[in-house]
Design a protein around this ligand. Structure first.
Ligand code: FES
Ligand code: MG
Length: 584
Protein backbone atom coordinates (compact mmCIF):
# COMPACT_ATOMS: atom_id res chain seq x y z
CA UNK A 1 0.00 0.00 0.00
CA UNK A 2 1.34 3.46 -0.84
CA UNK A 3 0.25 4.86 2.50
CA UNK A 4 1.83 2.41 4.87
CA UNK A 5 4.16 4.37 7.16
CA UNK A 6 7.84 3.57 6.72
CA UNK A 7 7.45 1.59 3.51
CA UNK A 8 10.25 3.50 1.81
CA UNK A 9 12.80 3.47 4.58
CA UNK A 10 14.86 0.59 3.19
CA UNK A 11 14.55 1.34 -0.52
CA UNK A 12 17.87 2.26 -2.15
CA UNK A 13 16.07 4.55 -4.60
CA UNK A 14 14.16 6.57 -2.10
CA UNK A 15 15.98 6.78 1.21
CA UNK A 16 15.39 10.50 1.45
CA UNK A 17 11.73 10.23 2.37
CA UNK A 18 9.87 11.56 -0.67
CA UNK A 19 6.36 12.81 0.09
CA UNK A 20 6.50 11.34 3.61
CA UNK A 21 8.50 14.16 5.18
CA UNK A 22 6.80 16.30 7.79
CA UNK A 23 3.57 14.32 8.17
CA UNK A 24 2.13 15.93 11.24
CA UNK A 25 -1.16 17.42 10.17
CA UNK A 26 -3.83 14.92 11.13
CA UNK A 27 -2.40 12.72 13.84
CA UNK A 28 -3.09 9.66 11.69
CA UNK A 29 0.10 9.45 9.63
CA UNK A 30 -1.35 7.00 7.16
CA UNK A 31 -4.35 9.20 6.50
CA UNK A 32 -2.16 12.29 6.13
CA UNK A 33 -0.10 10.63 3.43
CA UNK A 34 -3.24 9.26 1.77
CA UNK A 35 -4.68 12.79 1.51
CA UNK A 36 -1.40 14.33 0.44
CA UNK A 37 -1.04 11.80 -2.37
CA UNK A 38 -4.65 12.22 -3.43
CA UNK A 39 -4.19 15.97 -3.84
CA UNK A 40 -0.85 15.86 -5.65
CA UNK A 41 -2.23 13.19 -7.95
CA UNK A 42 -4.71 15.84 -9.03
CA UNK A 43 -1.72 17.23 -10.93
CA UNK A 44 -1.23 13.89 -12.68
CA UNK A 45 1.64 12.34 -10.75
CA UNK A 46 2.10 8.55 -10.44
CA UNK A 47 3.11 6.72 -7.26
CA UNK A 48 6.48 5.99 -8.88
CA UNK A 49 7.18 9.72 -9.21
CA UNK A 50 6.04 10.48 -5.68
CA UNK A 51 8.29 7.92 -4.04
CA UNK A 52 11.46 9.64 -5.21
CA UNK A 53 13.45 12.19 -3.21
CA UNK A 54 11.49 15.43 -3.44
CA UNK A 55 13.54 18.48 -4.40
CA UNK A 56 11.88 21.81 -3.69
CA UNK A 57 12.84 24.66 -6.01
CA UNK A 58 12.25 28.13 -4.58
CA UNK A 59 10.96 30.08 -7.56
CA UNK A 60 11.60 33.80 -7.22
CA UNK A 61 10.59 34.72 -10.75
CA UNK A 62 8.46 37.86 -10.91
CA UNK A 63 7.58 40.49 -13.49
CA UNK A 64 8.86 42.97 -10.93
CA UNK A 65 12.26 41.30 -10.89
CA UNK A 66 14.16 41.46 -14.20
CA UNK A 67 17.25 40.29 -12.31
CA UNK A 68 15.41 36.94 -12.10
CA UNK A 69 14.02 37.15 -15.65
CA UNK A 70 15.65 33.83 -16.54
CA UNK A 71 13.89 31.98 -13.69
CA UNK A 72 11.68 29.92 -16.08
CA UNK A 73 14.73 28.62 -18.02
CA UNK A 74 16.62 27.93 -14.80
CA UNK A 75 13.72 26.01 -13.29
CA UNK A 76 13.41 23.90 -16.44
CA UNK A 77 17.11 23.02 -16.27
CA UNK A 78 17.03 22.33 -12.52
CA UNK A 79 14.09 20.00 -13.05
CA UNK A 80 15.99 18.18 -15.80
CA UNK A 81 18.94 17.74 -13.44
CA UNK A 82 16.72 16.53 -10.62
CA UNK A 83 14.98 13.99 -12.83
CA UNK A 84 18.20 12.74 -14.45
CA UNK A 85 19.46 12.07 -10.92
CA UNK A 86 16.29 10.23 -9.94
CA UNK A 87 14.50 12.89 -7.90
CA UNK A 88 11.14 14.62 -8.17
CA UNK A 89 11.36 18.41 -8.70
CA UNK A 90 8.67 20.59 -7.12
CA UNK A 91 8.96 24.32 -7.70
CA UNK A 92 7.10 26.67 -5.41
CA UNK A 93 6.85 30.46 -5.18
CA UNK A 94 8.29 32.70 -2.53
CA UNK A 95 8.45 36.47 -2.47
CA UNK A 96 10.91 38.06 -4.83
CA UNK A 97 12.62 41.34 -3.97
CA UNK A 98 14.17 43.66 -6.57
CA UNK A 99 16.29 46.63 -5.61
CA UNK A 100 14.30 49.18 -7.57
CA UNK A 101 10.79 47.88 -6.99
CA UNK A 102 10.64 47.42 -3.23
CA UNK A 103 9.48 50.45 -1.28
CA UNK A 104 10.51 51.73 1.19
CA UNK A 105 13.67 49.63 0.69
CA UNK A 106 14.55 46.12 -0.38
CA UNK A 107 16.33 45.63 2.93
CA UNK A 108 13.04 46.22 4.74
CA UNK A 109 11.73 43.10 2.96
CA UNK A 110 14.83 40.86 3.17
CA UNK A 111 13.82 39.39 6.53
CA UNK A 112 10.25 38.82 5.29
CA UNK A 113 11.65 36.86 2.34
CA UNK A 114 13.89 34.93 4.72
CA UNK A 115 10.87 34.04 6.86
CA UNK A 116 8.84 33.06 3.80
CA UNK A 117 11.68 30.85 2.57
CA UNK A 118 12.28 29.25 5.97
CA UNK A 119 8.66 28.46 6.67
CA UNK A 120 7.78 27.17 3.18
CA UNK A 121 10.86 24.94 3.14
CA UNK A 122 9.88 23.65 6.56
CA UNK A 123 6.15 23.31 5.85
CA UNK A 124 6.13 21.52 2.50
CA UNK A 125 7.37 17.97 1.97
CA UNK A 126 10.86 18.17 0.48
CA UNK A 127 14.15 16.40 1.09
CA UNK A 128 16.37 19.19 -0.24
CA UNK A 129 15.83 22.64 -1.66
CA UNK A 130 17.29 24.58 -4.58
CA UNK A 131 17.27 28.30 -3.86
CA UNK A 132 17.06 30.45 -7.00
CA UNK A 133 18.28 33.90 -6.07
CA UNK A 134 20.31 36.69 -7.58
CA UNK A 135 19.17 40.25 -6.99
CA UNK A 136 20.86 41.80 -3.96
CA UNK A 137 18.62 40.76 -1.06
CA UNK A 138 17.38 37.46 -2.44
CA UNK A 139 20.37 35.15 -2.06
CA UNK A 140 21.07 36.34 1.50
CA UNK A 141 17.38 36.04 2.42
CA UNK A 142 17.32 32.50 1.08
CA UNK A 143 20.53 31.51 2.84
CA UNK A 144 19.20 32.95 6.11
CA UNK A 145 15.92 31.08 5.78
CA UNK A 146 17.50 27.81 4.65
CA UNK A 147 20.08 28.00 7.45
CA UNK A 148 17.24 28.09 9.97
CA UNK A 149 15.16 25.44 8.19
CA UNK A 150 18.11 23.05 8.40
CA UNK A 151 17.45 20.89 5.31
CA UNK A 152 20.01 20.11 2.62
CA UNK A 153 20.03 23.32 0.56
CA UNK A 154 21.89 24.54 -2.51
CA UNK A 155 22.00 28.04 -3.98
CA UNK A 156 21.43 28.65 -7.67
CA UNK A 157 22.44 32.17 -8.65
CA UNK A 158 20.46 33.73 -11.53
CA UNK A 159 23.61 35.27 -13.01
CA UNK A 160 24.68 38.70 -14.16
CA UNK A 161 23.22 40.75 -17.00
CA UNK A 162 25.18 41.40 -20.20
CA UNK A 163 26.91 44.73 -20.66
CA UNK A 164 25.56 47.26 -23.17
CA UNK A 165 27.16 49.81 -25.43
CA UNK A 166 26.48 53.54 -25.45
CA UNK A 167 27.97 55.55 -28.33
CA UNK A 168 30.90 53.16 -28.47
CA UNK A 169 31.44 52.91 -24.73
CA UNK A 170 30.77 49.72 -22.79
CA UNK A 171 28.26 50.26 -19.97
CA UNK A 172 26.61 48.18 -17.25
CA UNK A 173 24.40 48.66 -14.20
CA UNK A 174 24.87 50.31 -12.07
CA UNK A 175 28.24 51.96 -11.57
CA UNK A 176 27.72 53.48 -15.01
CA UNK A 177 24.13 54.48 -14.10
CA UNK A 178 25.60 56.61 -11.35
CA UNK A 179 28.39 57.96 -13.53
CA UNK A 180 26.04 59.06 -16.31
CA UNK A 181 23.52 60.54 -13.89
CA UNK A 182 26.40 62.41 -12.24
CA UNK A 183 27.45 63.78 -15.64
CA UNK A 184 23.87 64.86 -16.30
CA UNK A 185 23.61 66.60 -12.91
CA UNK A 186 26.88 68.37 -13.56
CA UNK A 187 25.57 69.57 -16.95
CA UNK A 188 28.16 67.56 -18.91
CA UNK A 189 25.55 65.65 -20.95
CA UNK A 190 22.05 66.65 -22.05
CA UNK A 191 18.61 65.12 -21.48
CA UNK A 192 18.66 63.32 -24.84
CA UNK A 193 21.92 61.54 -24.09
CA UNK A 194 20.89 60.52 -20.59
CA UNK A 195 17.69 59.04 -22.13
CA UNK A 196 19.78 57.19 -24.74
CA UNK A 197 22.08 55.59 -22.20
CA UNK A 198 19.05 54.49 -20.19
CA UNK A 199 18.35 51.90 -22.93
CA UNK A 200 21.85 50.44 -22.70
CA UNK A 201 22.65 50.21 -18.99
CA UNK A 202 20.74 46.96 -18.44
CA UNK A 203 21.35 45.02 -21.64
CA UNK A 204 19.59 41.77 -20.66
CA UNK A 205 17.88 40.03 -17.79
CA UNK A 206 20.19 39.18 -14.89
CA UNK A 207 21.81 40.94 -11.99
CA UNK A 208 23.99 44.06 -11.97
CA UNK A 209 27.16 43.42 -13.96
CA UNK A 210 29.65 45.05 -11.61
CA UNK A 211 30.83 43.99 -8.15
CA UNK A 212 27.66 45.23 -6.52
CA UNK A 213 25.82 43.34 -3.84
CA UNK A 214 24.37 40.74 -6.21
CA UNK A 215 27.78 39.77 -7.62
CA UNK A 216 29.24 39.96 -4.12
CA UNK A 217 26.63 37.56 -2.74
CA UNK A 218 27.08 35.23 -5.72
CA UNK A 219 30.82 35.01 -4.98
CA UNK A 220 30.09 34.65 -1.26
CA UNK A 221 27.58 31.85 -1.88
CA UNK A 222 30.23 29.93 -3.83
CA UNK A 223 32.90 30.71 -1.21
CA UNK A 224 30.55 29.43 1.50
CA UNK A 225 30.35 26.16 -0.43
CA UNK A 226 26.65 26.71 -1.08
CA UNK A 227 26.78 26.52 -4.91
CA UNK A 228 28.22 23.95 -7.28
CA UNK A 229 31.79 24.89 -8.30
CA UNK A 230 31.68 27.73 -10.81
CA UNK A 231 28.17 28.68 -9.75
CA UNK A 232 28.90 32.37 -9.12
CA UNK A 233 29.99 33.82 -12.42
CA UNK A 234 28.10 32.65 -15.55
CA UNK A 235 25.91 35.47 -16.91
CA UNK A 236 22.16 34.91 -16.75
CA UNK A 237 21.58 34.29 -20.45
CA UNK A 238 24.49 31.90 -21.14
CA UNK A 239 24.57 28.17 -21.78
CA UNK A 240 27.02 27.92 -18.88
CA UNK A 241 24.35 29.29 -16.53
CA UNK A 242 21.81 26.72 -17.75
CA UNK A 243 24.36 23.91 -17.31
CA UNK A 244 25.02 25.12 -13.75
CA UNK A 245 21.25 24.92 -13.15
CA UNK A 246 21.10 21.33 -14.40
CA UNK A 247 24.09 20.36 -12.23
CA UNK A 248 22.49 22.09 -9.25
CA UNK A 249 19.33 20.02 -9.61
CA UNK A 250 21.31 16.78 -9.82
CA UNK A 251 23.46 17.78 -6.84
CA UNK A 252 20.38 18.53 -4.75
CA UNK A 253 19.24 14.92 -5.22
CA UNK A 254 22.66 13.67 -4.12
CA UNK A 255 22.52 15.93 -1.06
CA UNK A 256 19.07 14.57 -0.17
CA UNK A 257 20.37 11.00 -0.45
CA UNK A 258 23.48 11.77 1.60
CA UNK A 259 21.67 13.85 4.21
CA UNK A 260 24.12 16.69 3.53
CA UNK A 261 22.26 19.26 5.61
CA UNK A 262 23.12 22.96 5.58
CA UNK A 263 24.81 22.91 9.00
CA UNK A 264 27.54 20.70 7.52
CA UNK A 265 28.31 23.41 4.95
CA UNK A 266 27.72 26.67 6.85
CA UNK A 267 30.54 26.12 9.37
CA UNK A 268 32.93 28.68 10.88
CA UNK A 269 35.48 27.67 8.21
CA UNK A 270 32.95 28.46 5.47
CA UNK A 271 32.23 31.91 6.92
CA UNK A 272 35.94 32.61 7.22
CA UNK A 273 36.38 31.75 3.52
CA UNK A 274 33.42 33.95 2.63
CA UNK A 275 34.91 36.90 4.52
CA UNK A 276 38.26 36.36 2.84
CA UNK A 277 36.55 36.39 -0.54
CA UNK A 278 34.43 39.44 0.35
CA UNK A 279 37.65 41.34 1.07
CA UNK A 280 39.55 40.02 -1.96
CA UNK A 281 36.83 40.86 -4.48
CA UNK A 282 36.43 44.43 -3.21
CA UNK A 283 32.89 43.32 -2.46
CA UNK A 284 29.89 45.36 -1.48
CA UNK A 285 29.72 46.62 2.10
CA UNK A 286 26.26 45.05 2.19
CA UNK A 287 28.01 41.69 2.07
CA UNK A 288 29.17 42.07 5.65
CA UNK A 289 25.64 42.81 6.87
CA UNK A 290 24.26 39.78 5.05
CA UNK A 291 27.07 37.47 6.18
CA UNK A 292 26.48 38.62 9.75
CA UNK A 293 22.80 37.76 9.41
CA UNK A 294 23.44 34.33 7.86
CA UNK A 295 26.08 33.50 10.47
CA UNK A 296 23.69 34.63 13.21
CA UNK A 297 21.22 31.97 12.06
CA UNK A 298 23.93 29.36 12.70
CA UNK A 299 24.74 30.76 16.15
CA UNK A 300 27.91 32.46 14.95
CA UNK A 301 28.80 36.05 15.76
CA UNK A 302 30.82 38.13 13.31
CA UNK A 303 33.82 39.74 14.99
CA UNK A 304 34.26 43.04 13.12
CA UNK A 305 37.69 43.72 14.61
CA UNK A 306 38.92 40.29 13.52
CA UNK A 307 37.46 40.97 10.08
CA UNK A 308 39.42 44.22 9.98
CA UNK A 309 42.64 42.39 10.89
CA UNK A 310 41.87 39.87 8.18
CA UNK A 311 41.41 42.77 5.77
CA UNK A 312 44.91 44.07 6.45
CA UNK A 313 46.39 40.82 5.07
CA UNK A 314 43.92 40.28 2.22
CA UNK A 315 44.58 42.32 -0.92
CA UNK A 316 41.87 43.14 -3.47
CA UNK A 317 42.58 40.87 -6.43
CA UNK A 318 39.48 41.19 -8.57
CA UNK A 319 39.62 43.99 -11.10
CA UNK A 320 35.90 44.70 -11.38
CA UNK A 321 34.02 47.98 -11.20
CA UNK A 322 33.56 49.95 -9.00
CA UNK A 323 37.02 49.25 -7.47
CA UNK A 324 38.52 48.27 -10.85
CA UNK A 325 37.75 48.08 -14.57
CA UNK A 326 35.96 44.91 -15.65
CA UNK A 327 32.45 43.39 -15.47
CA UNK A 328 31.11 40.03 -14.23
CA UNK A 329 31.11 38.45 -17.70
CA UNK A 330 34.85 39.18 -17.91
CA UNK A 331 35.34 37.48 -14.54
CA UNK A 332 33.49 34.48 -15.91
CA UNK A 333 35.70 34.37 -19.02
CA UNK A 334 38.72 34.57 -16.72
CA UNK A 335 37.70 31.34 -15.02
CA UNK A 336 35.40 32.77 -12.35
CA UNK A 337 35.80 31.84 -8.72
CA UNK A 338 38.25 28.99 -9.38
CA UNK A 339 40.78 31.55 -10.63
CA UNK A 340 40.27 33.74 -7.58
CA UNK A 341 40.25 30.92 -5.04
CA UNK A 342 43.40 29.38 -6.56
CA UNK A 343 45.20 32.69 -5.99
CA UNK A 344 43.79 33.04 -2.45
CA UNK A 345 44.55 29.42 -1.59
CA UNK A 346 47.21 30.10 1.08
CA UNK A 347 44.64 32.22 2.97
CA UNK A 348 41.69 29.81 2.74
CA UNK A 349 40.32 27.08 5.02
CA UNK A 350 40.54 24.28 2.46
CA UNK A 351 38.87 21.79 4.80
CA UNK A 352 35.49 23.55 4.50
CA UNK A 353 32.75 21.20 3.22
CA UNK A 354 30.73 22.18 0.14
CA UNK A 355 27.38 21.12 -1.33
CA UNK A 356 29.20 18.60 -3.55
CA UNK A 357 30.18 16.55 -0.50
CA UNK A 358 33.80 17.44 -1.23
CA UNK A 359 35.86 20.10 0.53
CA UNK A 360 36.79 23.44 -1.00
CA UNK A 361 40.37 22.19 -1.28
CA UNK A 362 39.28 19.05 -3.15
CA UNK A 363 37.17 21.14 -5.52
CA UNK A 364 40.12 23.43 -6.21
CA UNK A 365 42.26 20.39 -7.09
CA UNK A 366 39.57 19.23 -9.50
CA UNK A 367 39.34 22.69 -11.09
CA UNK A 368 42.82 22.17 -12.54
CA UNK A 369 45.42 24.80 -13.48
CA UNK A 370 44.72 28.39 -14.38
CA UNK A 371 45.45 30.25 -17.64
CA UNK A 372 46.65 33.75 -18.52
CA UNK A 373 43.99 36.38 -17.90
CA UNK A 374 43.84 39.96 -16.64
CA UNK A 375 40.75 40.11 -14.40
CA UNK A 376 42.05 38.36 -11.29
CA UNK A 377 45.39 39.74 -10.11
CA UNK A 378 48.06 37.87 -8.19
CA UNK A 379 48.70 38.46 -4.51
CA UNK A 380 52.05 39.94 -5.54
CA UNK A 381 50.34 42.50 -7.82
CA UNK A 382 46.93 43.30 -6.34
CA UNK A 383 44.72 46.15 -7.47
CA UNK A 384 44.58 47.35 -3.87
CA UNK A 385 47.08 46.26 -1.19
CA UNK A 386 44.53 45.72 1.59
CA UNK A 387 41.04 44.32 1.83
CA UNK A 388 38.25 46.30 0.24
CA UNK A 389 36.76 47.50 3.49
CA UNK A 390 37.90 48.72 6.87
CA UNK A 391 36.08 48.76 10.20
CA UNK A 392 36.07 52.13 11.95
CA UNK A 393 35.38 52.88 15.59
CA UNK A 394 35.25 55.98 17.78
CA UNK A 395 32.86 58.05 19.81
CA UNK A 396 30.70 58.54 16.72
CA UNK A 397 30.35 54.77 16.15
CA UNK A 398 30.95 52.87 19.40
CA UNK A 399 29.68 49.61 17.84
CA UNK A 400 31.46 50.16 14.55
CA UNK A 401 31.16 51.62 11.09
CA UNK A 402 32.41 50.52 7.67
CA UNK A 403 34.28 52.25 4.85
CA UNK A 404 34.94 50.71 1.45
CA UNK A 405 38.46 52.02 1.17
CA UNK A 406 39.14 50.45 -2.23
CA UNK A 407 36.36 52.59 -3.71
CA UNK A 408 37.34 55.80 -1.87
CA UNK A 409 39.48 58.80 -2.76
CA UNK A 410 42.93 58.17 -1.20
CA UNK A 411 43.30 61.94 -0.61
CA UNK A 412 40.33 61.99 1.83
CA UNK A 413 41.08 58.93 3.93
CA UNK A 414 42.90 61.04 6.53
CA UNK A 415 40.63 64.05 6.87
CA UNK A 416 39.21 66.47 9.41
CA UNK A 417 36.33 68.73 8.49
CA UNK A 418 33.27 70.65 9.51
CA UNK A 419 29.97 68.75 9.77
CA UNK A 420 27.17 69.72 7.39
CA UNK A 421 24.18 67.91 8.87
CA UNK A 422 21.00 66.58 7.26
CA UNK A 423 18.42 65.33 9.74
CA UNK A 424 16.80 62.78 7.42
CA UNK A 425 16.17 61.91 3.76
CA UNK A 426 13.53 64.63 3.31
CA UNK A 427 15.87 67.27 4.70
CA UNK A 428 18.58 66.03 2.34
CA UNK A 429 16.27 66.15 -0.68
CA UNK A 430 15.14 69.67 0.17
CA UNK A 431 18.53 71.26 0.73
CA UNK A 432 21.36 69.32 -0.97
CA UNK A 433 21.07 71.13 -4.31
CA UNK A 434 20.37 74.63 -3.05
CA UNK A 435 22.86 77.27 -4.13
CA UNK A 436 22.80 78.81 -0.65
CA UNK A 437 23.80 75.54 1.08
CA UNK A 438 26.77 76.39 3.30
CA UNK A 439 29.18 73.68 2.13
CA UNK A 440 32.72 73.33 0.80
CA UNK A 441 34.64 70.34 -0.55
CA UNK A 442 36.51 70.08 2.78
CA UNK A 443 33.32 69.60 4.82
CA UNK A 444 31.89 66.31 6.04
CA UNK A 445 28.31 65.56 5.01
CA UNK A 446 26.35 63.84 7.79
CA UNK A 447 23.01 62.15 7.14
CA UNK A 448 20.94 60.91 10.09
CA UNK A 449 17.97 58.56 10.39
CA UNK A 450 18.71 56.12 7.58
CA UNK A 451 19.63 53.19 9.84
CA UNK A 452 17.71 49.93 10.35
CA UNK A 453 14.88 51.61 12.28
CA UNK A 454 15.39 55.12 10.97
CA UNK A 455 14.14 55.07 7.39
CA UNK A 456 13.17 52.21 8.10
CA UNK A 457 15.12 49.41 6.47
CA UNK A 458 18.58 50.99 6.25
CA UNK A 459 18.26 52.27 2.67
CA UNK A 460 21.23 52.62 0.33
CA UNK A 461 21.10 56.37 0.79
CA UNK A 462 24.55 56.45 2.38
CA UNK A 463 25.79 57.41 -1.07
CA UNK A 464 24.88 61.05 -0.41
CA UNK A 465 25.08 62.99 -3.67
CA UNK A 466 27.73 65.67 -4.06
CA UNK A 467 25.89 68.98 -3.48
CA UNK A 468 25.04 70.38 -6.91
CA UNK A 469 27.06 73.54 -6.50
CA UNK A 470 30.17 71.48 -5.67
CA UNK A 471 29.50 69.01 -8.49
CA UNK A 472 29.30 71.90 -10.97
CA UNK A 473 32.63 73.14 -9.63
CA UNK A 474 34.15 69.75 -10.47
CA UNK A 475 34.19 68.17 -6.99
CA UNK A 476 34.13 64.37 -7.43
CA UNK A 477 34.34 63.17 -3.83
CA UNK A 478 33.65 64.45 -0.33
CA UNK A 479 33.60 62.68 3.05
CA UNK A 480 30.10 61.42 3.85
CA UNK A 481 28.85 59.71 7.01
CA UNK A 482 25.56 57.97 7.80
CA UNK A 483 23.94 55.04 9.57
CA UNK A 484 22.67 53.75 6.23
CA UNK A 485 24.05 51.45 3.59
CA UNK A 486 25.48 52.07 0.15
CA UNK A 487 25.03 50.24 -3.10
CA UNK A 488 27.98 48.02 -3.90
CA UNK A 489 28.09 49.75 -7.26
CA UNK A 490 28.88 53.17 -5.75
CA UNK A 491 32.20 54.97 -5.32
CA UNK A 492 33.34 57.55 -2.76
CA UNK A 493 34.80 58.30 0.68
CA UNK A 494 31.69 57.15 2.46
CA UNK A 495 31.39 55.98 6.06
CA UNK A 496 28.44 53.61 6.45
CA UNK A 497 26.56 51.49 8.99
CA UNK A 498 27.34 53.87 11.89
CA UNK A 499 26.21 51.85 14.92
CA UNK A 500 24.20 52.43 17.03
CA UNK A 501 22.00 54.32 14.58
CA UNK A 502 20.68 57.81 15.18
CA UNK A 503 17.00 56.78 15.33
CA UNK A 504 17.62 54.91 18.60
CA UNK A 505 19.77 57.68 20.05
CA UNK A 506 23.25 56.74 18.85
CA UNK A 507 25.84 59.55 19.04
CA UNK A 508 25.20 60.32 15.37
CA UNK A 509 21.80 61.72 16.43
CA UNK A 510 23.55 64.52 18.31
CA UNK A 511 25.96 65.81 15.67
CA UNK A 512 25.34 69.49 14.89
CA UNK A 513 26.26 71.74 12.00
CA UNK A 514 29.78 73.06 12.48
CA UNK A 515 31.03 70.22 14.72
CA UNK A 516 34.46 68.93 13.72
CA UNK A 517 34.71 65.31 12.60
CA UNK A 518 37.92 63.34 12.08
CA UNK A 519 38.21 60.37 9.75
CA UNK A 520 41.40 58.34 9.90
CA UNK A 521 41.26 55.13 7.93
CA UNK A 522 44.88 54.49 8.92
CA UNK A 523 43.90 54.52 12.62
CA UNK A 524 40.49 52.98 11.91
CA UNK A 525 38.90 55.98 13.61
CA UNK A 526 35.74 58.02 13.16
CA UNK A 527 35.65 60.72 15.83
CA UNK A 528 33.30 63.54 16.69
CA UNK A 529 35.57 66.23 18.14
CA UNK A 530 33.06 67.33 20.76
CA UNK A 531 33.67 67.05 24.53
CA UNK A 532 31.96 64.13 26.28
CA UNK A 533 30.14 66.53 28.63
CA UNK A 534 28.78 68.54 25.71
CA UNK A 535 27.60 65.36 23.98
CA UNK A 536 25.91 64.18 27.21
CA UNK A 537 24.25 67.58 27.55
CA UNK A 538 22.87 67.33 24.00
CA UNK A 539 21.57 63.82 24.70
CA UNK A 540 19.72 65.06 27.80
CA UNK A 541 18.34 68.12 26.00
CA UNK A 542 17.09 66.11 22.98
CA UNK A 543 16.23 62.58 24.07
CA UNK A 544 15.53 60.35 21.08
CA UNK A 545 12.31 58.31 20.91
CA UNK A 546 12.81 55.19 18.80
CA UNK A 547 10.24 54.85 15.99
CA UNK A 548 7.31 52.44 16.34
CA UNK A 549 4.31 51.52 14.20
CA UNK A 550 0.67 50.74 14.94
CA UNK A 551 0.25 47.50 13.03
CA UNK A 552 1.44 45.02 10.46
CA UNK A 553 4.88 44.09 9.21
CA UNK A 554 6.18 47.57 9.99
CA UNK A 555 5.31 47.06 13.65
CA UNK A 556 7.10 43.71 13.67
CA UNK A 557 10.07 45.23 11.86
CA UNK A 558 10.50 48.24 14.15
CA UNK A 559 10.03 46.08 17.21
CA UNK A 560 12.43 43.33 16.24
CA UNK A 561 15.11 44.56 13.86
CA UNK A 562 18.68 44.47 15.15
CA UNK A 563 21.52 46.88 14.40
CA UNK A 564 24.08 46.45 11.62
CA UNK A 565 26.52 44.63 13.90
CA UNK A 566 23.91 41.85 14.23
CA UNK A 567 23.05 41.75 10.55
CA UNK A 568 19.81 43.79 10.68
CA UNK A 569 18.04 40.45 11.19
CA UNK A 570 15.06 40.17 13.50
CA UNK A 571 16.15 39.38 17.04
CA UNK A 572 13.83 36.35 17.22
CA UNK A 573 15.22 34.86 14.01
CA UNK A 574 18.83 34.70 15.15
CA UNK A 575 19.90 31.43 16.76
CA UNK A 576 18.71 31.23 20.35
CA UNK A 577 22.26 30.76 21.60
CA UNK A 578 25.52 31.96 20.11
CA UNK A 579 28.08 29.17 19.94
CA UNK A 580 31.11 30.86 18.41
CA UNK A 581 32.70 33.76 16.57
CA UNK A 582 33.88 34.24 13.00
CA UNK A 583 36.49 34.83 11.74
CA UNK A 584 38.78 32.98 14.16
FE1 FES B 1 19.04 43.38 -9.11
FE2 FES B 1 21.21 45.12 -9.22
S1 FES B 1 19.07 45.55 -9.27
S2 FES B 1 21.15 42.99 -8.95
MG1 MG C 1 22.61 47.07 -5.23
Amino acid sequence: SPCEPGDTADSPHRPAGGMRKGLTSYGDQGFSLFLRKAFIKGAGFTDAALDRPVIGIANTGSSYNPCHGNAPQLIEAVKRGVMLAGGLPMDFPTISVHESFAAPTSMYLRNLMAMDTEEMVRAQPMDAVVLIGGCDKTAPAQLMGAASAGLPAIQLITGSMLTGSHRGERVGACTDCRRYWGKYRAGEIDAEEVADVNDQLVASVGTCSVMGTASTMACIAEALGMTVPGGASPPAVTADRIRIAEQTGAQAVQMARDGLSIDKVLTPAAFENAMRVLLAIGGSTNGIVHLTAIAGRMGLEVDLDALDRMGRETPVLLDLKPSGQHYMEDFHHAGGMATLLRELKPLLRLDAMTVTGRTLGEELERAGPGFPQDVVRTIAHPIYPQGGMAVLRGNLAPAGAIIKQSAADARLMEHEGRAVVFENLEDLATRIDRDDLDVTADDVLVLKNIGPKGAPGMPEAGYIPIPRKLARAGVKDIVRISDGRMSGTAFGTIVLHVTPESAIGGPLAHVQNGDRIRLSVKNREIALLVQDEELARRMRANPVVAPTAERGYRKLFLHSVTQADQGVDFDFLRAATMVGKVPR
